[in-house]
Design a protein. Structure first.
Length: 128
């Protein structure tokens, strides 16, 4: 599911909303959540899950080309923990489709959709 799909679903479900209003509602909600996380606040949506910021401590890594040690600085990353109701709903759905491939839905912002795709890497044959 993309951001556009979410806007379309919201506009379809709530007929009193225009597409533009639904788009504004989704943007406002995502902006508010992003701002709260950027300020270090935790977001909890009961039954769905919670968003928080995790701290990755500084560490020593290795440059894969030269093998030289590199200091990797501390990093703050967003983290999502699904709520009980979401876990149960996903588990229920997974039980009925056991063995079938799972469809992955990615929600992208309009900004990331505007970026051009990276060029494809050439595939070399094993016999070459």
């Amino acid at each position: 599911m993309t951001r556009s799909d979410l806007v379309a679903l919201l506009a379809e479900k709530f007929t009193q909303l225009t597409h533009r209003d639904a788009e504004f509602a989704v943007k406002t909600m995502l902006d508010a959540m992003s701002d709260a996380l950027a300020r270090g606040h935790r977001i909890e949506i009961r039954g769905f899950g919670s968003f928080a910021i995790n701290r990755r401590p500084p560490r020593v890594g290795r440059n894969p080309r030269s093998g030289e040690q590199v200091t990797i600085p501390e990093k703050l990353v967003p983290h999502f923990k699904p709520g009980k109701a979401l876990r149960e709903a996903v588990d229920e759905d997974a039980g009925s489709d056991a063995g079938e491939p799972v469809e992955v839905m990615v929600v992208r912002s309009a900004r990331s959709a505007d970026k051009p795709a990276a060029p494809a890497k050439p595939v070399s044959s094993v016999n070459e």
